[in-house]
Design a protein around this ligand. Structure first.
Ligand code: PRP
Length: 217
């Protein structure tokens, strides 16, 4: 029997993906929030789930350690997408990639003056492309989390980060000044696996598409 490995991250992606998996007849037999297991069996003998860091999902799929995975567009933009087929926007885990500054910082004026800004972010690639397109010179500082802190303590003038409800920005006296791109989770498939395991993967793709269309209604 052809076996399929699906890479997922814990938290929002796993929670939002569970109904889609169910629509494809796949139910995890363990809960990653309570179990420490990294390989989860499912009700189907031919499907297993692996639990990885969100930013590692494309890497597992690129190298074929997972046949498919679910990753945010934020992560895929940073990865570059090599070796990955991206057939479906799952329309889940939606948020926006934004530029944000302190409430009292005049971003528009800094842009007009051609000021060289320091920008802290986890998303170096995306930030670099965004500011290059705007013709702005920036110094990028790589952070791994809590980006909102950087403008408050003088590490950076601006941040590039994900904004969902906007609560984190508000709680830290920051404001969003530019949207870079809308973000949602995508299905990614290893290109070789798609050819070799087509018979198993295609029905799953169909089921996901149908479930997404229904959710959209
Ligand atoms: C994300 C993001 C913001 C926050 C935005 O962080 O980096 O900090 O959510 O959400 P809000 O607009 O609803 O407040 P997350 O909690 O996912 O943790 P992370 O820093 O590990 O990515």
């Amino acid at each position: 029997m052809t076996s399929i490995t699906i890479a997922l991250s814990k938290g929002r992606i796993f929670d939002d993906t569970a109904p889609l998996l169910k629509a494809a007849g796949i139910v995890a037999l363990d809960d990653p929030e309570t179990s420490r297991k990294l390989i989860l069996t499912t009700n189907r003998d031919d499907v297993r789930l692996i639990i990885v860091r969100a930013s590692d999902v494309p890497t597992y799929v690129q190298y074929g350690a997972a046949d498919m995975g679910i990753a945010g567009k934020d992560v895929l933009l940073e990865h570059g997408g090599a070796g990955l087929y991206q057939p479906l926007d799952l329309n889940i885990a939606r948020c926006r990639m934004m530029v944000a500054v302190r409430d009292d910082f005049d971003y528009e004026s800094a842009v007009r003056r051609g000021a060289r800004l320091r920008v802290a972010t986890k998303y170096l690639q995306t930030a670099r492309e965004h500011f290059a397109e705007k013709g702005m010179h920036v110094d990028l500082i790589k952070l791994y989390g809590s980006m909102e802190l950087a403008p408050l303590v003088g590490l950076a003038d601006a941040i590039v980060d994900l904004v969902s409800s906007g609560n984190t920005l508000r709680a830290n006296s920051l404001k969003a000044v530019e949207e870079i791109t809308p973000i949602s989770a995508r299905l990614v498939i290893n290109q070789a696996a798609l050819k070799l395991k087509r018979k198993t993967i295609h029905p799953m793709l169909e089921a996901f598409s149908t479930a997404i269309a229904k959710q959209g209604n």
